[in-house]
Design a protein around this ligand. Structure first.
Ligand code: HEM
Length: 159
């Protein structure tokens, strides 16, 4: 009973977070790069982050909550969980840790710089955010592929 709901929410949370990073990094960033002058570009990213990060917080809370519910119901705990679930768990917490750092360190510095019209500091913070998002995007794509395909890894020991 819990599994269909938890699986649906888990997949949606992964989709929104990873899909949002994919769009921001690979579509929006190159698209605005050549158009908007630096102050306008930083103001645009400030608005984008203000909206997107609310959804990311939802994903950061939902992914472990629904993941642990699935582990309890499907596998009776971590001891009975297959190898791909352990990989997803580890990678998921690295992603969460990177996001929490991004939110409380470079993102707060970025917001403060934009509010104070300190564009060089804003650009430096944005660069840090960009590198963390690139890392989390790569980890998120790998983790989603592991989560969705792992049940078919019968030939791998521990699966
Ligand atoms: C604390 C972190 C996490 C835990 C404990 C967890 C746990 C789980 C479990 C138990 C399953 C069911 C797997 C199976 O029975 O084969 C699952 C599926 C899945 N997970 Fe995670 N997960 C976590 C984080 C993530 C993250 C960060 C992503 C992607 C960014 C992700 C993406 C997926 C996907 C795409 C599925 C397949 C859903 C489906 O179609 O059935 N998970 N996860």
């Amino acid at each position: 009973m819990i599994s269909p709901l938890a699986t649906g929410l888990h997949a949606l949370a992964a989709l929104i977070w990873v899909g949002g990073m994919f769009f921001a990094y690979l579509i929006l960033r190159p698209a605005v790069g050549g158009i908007a002058p630096p102050p306008e570009r930083l103001k645009l990213w400030d608005r984008v982050f203000g909206r997107f990060f609310l959804w990311v917080w939802g994903a950061v809370l939902l992914l472990p909550a629904t993941g642990y519910a699935l582990i309890a119901e499907q596998y009776g705990g971590f001891a009975g969980a297959p190898i791909h679930v352990h990989w997803m768990h580890g990678l998921g917490w690295i992603m969460n840790g990177l996001y929490i750092y991004l939110f409380f360190a470079p993102y707060q510095a970025f917001r403060k710089a934009v509010a104070g019209e300190d564009w060089p500091t804003g650009a430096a913070s944005l660069n840090t955010i960009r590198r963390i998002v690139a890392t989390n995007l790569a980890l998120g794509l790998i983790t989603a592929a592991i989560g969705a395909s792992g049940r078919y890894w019968g030939w791998i020991p521990g699966s």
